[in-house]
Design a binder for this molecule. Sequence first.
Ligand code: GLC
Length: 437
Amino acid sequence: MTGASSRRPWRRVAALAAGFAWCSVAGCGPEEESGRAVVSFPGSALGAEAELLRTQLARFTAQNPDVEVVSRETPDAADQRHQLYVQWLNARADDPDILQLDVIWTPEFAAAGWILPLDRFAPDASDFFAATLEANRFGGRLYALPWFVDVGMLYWRTDLLEAPPRSLDELADTAAAGRARASLPYGIVWQGARYEGLVTVFLEVLGGFGGRMLDADGQADVDSAEAVRALEFLHAQLHGSRIAPEAVLSWQEEQVRFAFQNGRSVYMRNWPYAYALMQNPSDSKVAGRFAVAPLPAAPGGAPTAALGGQQLAINAKTDHPDAAYRVIEFLTRPEQMIERARVAGQFPSRISPYASGALDGVLPVPPADAQRIIEAAVPRPATPLYTELSGLLQVRLHRALTRQQTPREALADAAREMNALIERVGPLEAGDVSGGA
Ligand code: GLC
């Protein structure tokens, strides 16, 4: 974004029309004509994130008085934010200068020419988890730096159960038994709305049954016997044992957290951010009465956590690539990540903090365990087609879960549609597909 917004009044008008606030870290108001580089940054605001980002950006500007950072509110929901970015970037907008990307978007944005390769800044990437870096490379070049890592986890009530479940069957059984014993409305809650979160839930259960999203040749594998069992498992929770409420079919991360936090469910599937928030007894009825565990598997499958998380990249049209990179470099330093872990519960994407002692007592699990969970987490396929493939899958998963189709029919349709898309676009380039999901 250029310092003189008055030269481009349409941008501000468009932002206002879209309902976005322009706020510098010093507060909201007219942009200064100070001659400083002004870079804009839409960060997510789940839980404590917004406040933390403000603090860290204020620290950055105190140390870098020649750069002003303005933040912009964007939706927290992954798919909505993606849609907004696509509108901006398709229109060749030069702001936001910095983009917060979901781990699955980098290849798509890089292939579209929307983000800058970071080579020219010579980032030291040696400290980041390999899988997160892999997800941010395209055509052999690095396009984004991992900001924080998400891994799917099973939250369980320590006051209702003695131990976390060791298998998917045990998960279903103890959800039903625990709910009955404690007279709770729900046994388990998860992200079931038709959006990316549902795909992550499905991929975790799919891995638990031994399946995957794409096979080694880059073809959709979501109509396998394992996939049908995985979707039937989720379906049965809604319409068989009814341990999960049908309401989850419109729930994203936060609605799921509220249900668990209000003491209404034995189990919850969610990301790490929920842990820190639910420890606060003034908001949470379950403070001190829950723990996290890996999602269990069925015989023949492996416990599977989806690898999620957010990255920072630079808009290819920015007027201030150097200033934008300085902000990114600052926010991805170990000390900012450690603070993020402490305040917002989000896992650092650098490896060094896990062994440094700085995370002791900060994460829901001992740091060495967290590191193992991250290293074992399953990435979603790294391809520019990911968003479209996921969109096709989302529709079919949701149709099955809302009983418009059987799981088997829905997954056969999903596989056919996904493969038709892959065929239309041509084989995925070697190296585009990574990860076992
Ligand atoms: C979290 C994860 C992201 C995932 C999304 C799904 O934001 O970080 O990777 O795609 O949830 O809802």
